[in-house]
Design a binder for this molecule. Structure first.
Ligand SMILES: [Zn+2]
Ligand SMILES: [Zn+2]
Length: 490
């Protein structure tokens, strides 16, 4: 395997030294670039705004980060006439022998041209102005699954090089996806340009790490969620779990905040109900418990894998919403067996000191248009404006979850459902009936598997339709919501 390791000579990284100055009694932050021999991840100074309020200056310092996921690069998508790889589940034919577009097809994984176009738009919209990039796995298409380690790593290297060119002075933090090659030592070598020195040990042994920022409150925990699919006796899974406990305990004691980031989210797939679950029941429960325990420290949770745009709300034992998960849609337009989506990229706006998440902008590419040579990455929506919320908080997302249960073609559910597939499907009865709408609600509010199943059972035969949205069995619909929310609390 040594030939695999013909990585480029490790590059000198540019670091940014943050210094504080006093100005009218408030702290300002300015940045000086320097070369450093020791890695210490610190943020780009970015945008600082000082507001005057009641004779007091308040520093609001926000920045941006990209969350990109599930690129599923198909290196064999070379010829639009040959078509693309088709999965075994979808018929076992290796090539989808039909004319496909150069930017891809809803039945195919991502061609290089689509990936390059995504990199270009990220650089143009927010390249070196971002603080960092969260890259949550599934880098390669299933088409390379049986191609051997050398080739697989070469393809991952292609994307790594592209991201390095796109974000020249910023850090990209990768998480392992369920379809990524498991050669952690080689990957750690490849990604050593971005991974903090202290993180290499845990990444090499278990595929997880923490980005420690010594002078700031927010820390970033990158999980190897492949280990969350295992049972309680698995030693590697146990090691990650013990490490996560120790890290969260330490962050809490230091009054730090964290992001939990990974590939596979806990809970159920909103589109597939109970058919497919990824975390083992054991680790799903433990995950919920640890979020309940450290909800004051966890500022946000970011995952991919489902290739859909959705979210989850998590509650404490009293039923109060205390944490959230945001699920970013994939770049690849292909889903397994449940539909399609347009290629997507997400840009977050956040308070870079505390980690508080203020908003996000969802970008997308209209694939058929791109294939007609109208390559135009556009803003699909801006979260707070789209849903009429002030900020991303557990309480706000809980109220949004309640709103999307009102099934009506003009309501919030229709907006959510349109976004869920990145502007492919409209919420009509033929595409998503009342039980489908209810499944979305249950997946969003019930991360626990048992509670999710119970929630599904609570759906009356015609849970909601545009005609009976006001009364169910003579009871006002609001009553029904209260019942469901209580069911979902552990
Ligand atoms: Zn994927
Ligand atoms: Zn995946």
């Amino acid at each position: 395997m040594n030939e695999i390791l013909s990585w480029k000579k490790k590059q000198e990284n540019t670091y940014i030294n943050i210094t504080s100055k006093e100005n009218n009694g408030s702290t300002l932050v300015s940045g000086n670039r320097r070369q450093s021999s020791q890695k210490d991840f610190v943020f780009n100074p970015g945008t600082s705004i000082v507001y005057k309020q009641r004779n007091k200056s308040i520093l609001v310092n926000f920045g941006y980060f990209w969350h990109i996921t599930d690129f599923h690069y198909d290196p064999f998508f070379e010829d639009v006439k040959k078509g693309c790889w088709k999965s075994v589940i979808e018929g076992g034919v290796r090539n989808y022998k039909k004319l496909v577009g150069r930017f891809g097809d809803y039945r195919c994984d991502s061609p290089w041209e689509l990936i390059e176009s995504a990199a270009r738009i990220m650089a143009a919209r927010q390249g070196d102005n971002v603080e960092f990039v969260l890259w949550t796995g599934d880098t390669l298409s299933h088409s390379v699954k049986h191609k051997g380690g050398t080739l697989q790593l070469e393809y991952v290297q292609n994307l790594t090089d592209l991201f390095q060119k796109t974000f020249r002075s910023q850090f990209v933090f990768p998480a392992l996806g369920h379809d990524d090659p498991g050669f952690k030592k080689h990957l750690s070598s490849m990604w050593s340009r971005w991974l903090p020195t202290d993180s290499l040990t845990t990444f090499e042994s278990g595929g997880y790490y923490i980005v420690e920022r010594k002078t700031f409150q927010l820390q970033i925990i990158m999980l190897n969620t492949n280990l969350m699919t295992r049972n309680k006796h698995d030693e590697d899974a146990k090691k990650q779990w013990d490490w996560l406990n120790r890290v969260l305990e330490k962050c809490e004691s230091l009054k730090q905040t964290v992001y939990l980031v990974g590939h596979i989210p806990p809970g159920s797939d909103e589109r597939r109900g109970s058919l497919e679950r990824y975390f083992s029941d054991y680790y799903n429960k433990k995950y919920i418990q640890i979020v309940q325990r450290y909800s004051g420290t966890i500022m946000g949770q970011f995952f991919g894998h489902l290739h859909s745009d959705s979210f989850r709300v998590m509650y404490n034992e009293e039923g109060t919403p205390t944490s959230w998960i945001l699920l970013a849609p994939s770049l690849t337009p292909r889903r397994m067996s449940n539909g399609q989506n347009n290629p997507a990229l997400r840009l977050y706006k956040f308070n870079k000191y505390t980690g508080e998440v203020l908003d996000y902008t969802q970008y997308y590419l209209d694939l058929p248009k791109a294939n007609r040579n109208e390559v135009d990455w556009q803003v699909e929506y801006n979260f707070t404006t789209y849903y009429g919320l002030t900020q991303i908080t557990p309480t706000n997302l809980n109220s949004l979850a309640k709103r999307i249960t009102f099934y009506n073609e003009d309501d919030t559910f229709a907006k959510y459902f349109r976004a869920n597939s990145v502007k492919i499907y409209n919420a009509s009865q033929s595409v998503c009936d009342s039980s489908c709408a209810h499944s979305h609600y249950c997946a969003i509010t019930c991360v626990d598997f048992t509670m999710f199943d119970e929630c599904l059972k609570t759906a009356p035969s015609a849970f909601l339709s545009s005609q009976d949205a006001i009364f169910i069995n003579g009871l006002p619909f609001v009553y029904r919501i209260i019942v469901v929310v209580h069911l979902c609390v552990l």
